[in-house]
Design a protein around this ligand. Structure first.
Ligand code: SF4
Ligand code: SF4
Ligand code: FES
Length: 312
């Protein structure tokens, strides 16, 4: 099969900005994206630069973006890339600065991982090693599978708009250690990860679960972190206040009161800082009426809450 592959190129030594370069390539039926890149490099253009090492979805070095989706190049057959576009567009991972062609600078990614203290601080030393039961090991199994490929980080929708957000891989790593029964720092870890920019800033868009090639399911690990943080009594933060306000609105009215939500979440003082945005929204007719009318069937919603035993 002959296919047009369009690659986003960037040469730091040239005055040019990034540009697109097209290659017409003969591709074997089951060729992976990595094999296609290697064949372009060998047969068309030796200057094309990308990372790879193991070729077996182990080292995590070959992640790139294909037709807008972050993938592991050695783990993805080109024939499975069918996201609605005729040509194949290959770009570097998002949310990180580009060094050259498809190679990005992973410093922002590693910086976030480092913040999570990614090592075990063992509980007091005994004569025996710390025994972990199978059930306890299963709690952190998924998060321990991460190969640090950066695919989830590159496509995270919140990291794209907010450099302060830790991102999915680091939060999954956070759970890897906060959920480890051999560790002595669980409370400190949960407090750290409850700060602004961390576990509560994820909007649960699900993309990181979709992107992860190793079934780490980062968003699920973020939910585990949230549950453990609340159980540990770490509730004085805007994330928990937002969740509580959200569930109270639904329980009492069947829908959200978006006007009072910022007040309940960040408090009066910080809400004042949002006045310019509120005025702009007002001018565009986007400020909802602040007094909520209950939805039809609100009694049924309340019954659901009662059956679930959810109190405010
Ligand atoms: S679920 Fe959360 S962490 Fe995952 S991509 Fe979406 S915003 Fe980012
Ligand atoms: S969580 Fe998955 S997608 Fe994210 S860095 Fe780890 S292996 Fe890659
Ligand atoms: S080359 Fe190692 S994960 Fe793809």
């Amino acid at each position: 099969m002959r296919k047009k592959i369009i690659i986003k190129r960037f040469d730091p030594e040239s005055a040019e900005d990034s540009y697109l370069q097209a290659y017409n390539v003969d591709i074997a039926q089951n060729a992976t994206v990595l094999e296609v890149l290697l064949s372009i490099k060998e047969e068309h253009d030796g200057s094309l630069t990308f990372r790879r090492s193991c070729g077996s979805a182990v080292c995590g070095s070959c992640a790139v973006t294909v037709n807008g989706v972050a993938i592991l190049a050695c783990h993805t057959q080109l024939s499975t890339v069918n996201w609605g576009e005729k040509d194949i567009h290959i770009e570097p991972l998002g949310n990180m600065p580009v060094i050259k062609d498809l190679v990005v600078n992973f410093h922002p990614f590693w910086h976030e991982i480092e913040k999570t203290m990614p090592w075990i601080e063992p509980k007091e030393e005994g004569e025996r090693e710390n025994v972990v039961t199978q059930e306890e090991a299963q709690l952190i199994d998924e998060s321990a599978n991460c190969i640090m490929c950066g695919s989830c980080f590159g496509d995270c929708t919140i990291r794209e708009t907010d450099d302060n957000f830790m991102g999915p891989a680091a939060l999954a790593k956070g759970w890897r250690f906060a959920g480890d029964t051999r560790d002595s720092l669980q409370q400190e870890r949960l407090e750290l990860l409850s700060e602004d920019g961390n576990m509560w800033d994820c909007t649960r868009c699900n993309l990181c679960i979709d992107r992860c090639p190793k079934e780490v399911r980062p968003m699920d690990q973020i939910i585990k972190l949230r549950e453990e943080a609340v159980k540990a009594g770490i509730t004085d933060n805007k994330g928990v206040r937002h969740v509580m306000a959200f569930q109270a609105d639904i329980k009492n009215h069947g829908k959200l009161n978006e006007t009072t939500m910022p007040l309940k979440t960040v408090g009066v003082l910080r809400s004042l800082g949002m006045i310019p945005m509120a005025l702009r929204m007002q001018m565009k007719g986007k400020v909802p009426f602040p007094i909520l009318k209950d939805i039809e069937g609100i009694e049924d919603v309340k019954k659901i809450y009662k059956i679930m035993g959810v109190e405010e």
